[in-house]
Write a protein that binds this ligand. Structure first.
Ligand code: 5GP
Length: 203
């Protein structure tokens, strides 16, 4: 009886474990759809085009942005990132819980356009843990790690713009917490207009 799907944005500093948590999101009662972003960042070893990201050149990115094909876009540590609009709109129409794993500026752009979007901020237990995860995953240079930690401090200052805070002390627990948020959000009257209208007709 759901009248519409939902947009759930998951942000959090580099190293907070967003990717792992998002890839493990699963629940018998929720149909998740994962948005795949467009980026000009170089592919890391093991990443697959069309699975992890749609990798593109700066001019390809700008052309899509200028044709209004992106729901939001932002610069992050010298690379461009954006959410392809068509997939998100189509999946919301199908009643899905659409997950965008994006940084804070993009998240706030989406919230401005879609006030019903749910903003979730994922945090690691400590800042030391964050630095440790970034260093040991061995995917970035020392300079990039520094840049990302600087950026992490800026992002953490914007936490109060988010609707929910989720601690990622253990992937399974973080997934359970997000499932709880999504289930509760689906119970809000504003997301169940069809059900309410049907009831109202018989009162
Ligand atoms: P990474 O380079 O580590 O894959 O991603 C860097 C940052 O960009 C992460 O915070 C990630 O969530 C964010 N990001 C990924 N895709 C998008 C997107 O489409 N839009 C925005 N605004 N940020 C994104």
């Amino acid at each position: 009886m759901r009248s519409t799907g939902m947009l759930i944005i998951i942000s959090g500093p580099s190293g907070s474990g967003k990717g792992t948590v998002v890839n493990n999101l699963k629940d018998a009662d929720i149909e998740y759809a994962l948005s795949i972003s467009l980026t000009t960042r170089k592919k890391r070893p093991g990443e697959v085009n069309g699975v992890d990201y749609f990798f593109c050149t700066e001019s390809e990115f700008k052309s899509k942005r200028d044709q209004n094909e992106l729901l939001e876009h932002a610069v992050f540590c010298n690379n461009l990132y954006g959410t392809p609009r068509a997939y998100v709109e189509e999946q919301i129409e199908l009643g899905k819980a659409v997950i965008l794993e994006i940084e804070v500026n993009g998240a706030l752009q989406v919230k401005e356009k879609f006030s019903e979007a749910v903003l979730v901020f994922l945090i690691p237990p400590t800042f030391e843990e964050l630095a440790n995860r970034l260093t040991t995953r061995n995917t970035e240079s020392r300079e990039t790690i520094k840049d990302r930690l600087r950026r992490a401090r800026d992002e953490i200052r914007l936490i109060d713009k988010y609707d929910y805070l989720v601690l990622n002390d253990e992937v399974g627990l973080a997934v359970d917490r997000i499932n709880c948020i999504v289930k509760s959000e689906f119970l809000k009257p504003c997301r169940n207009k069809v059900l309410i209208d049907n009831l109202s007709e018989h009162v």
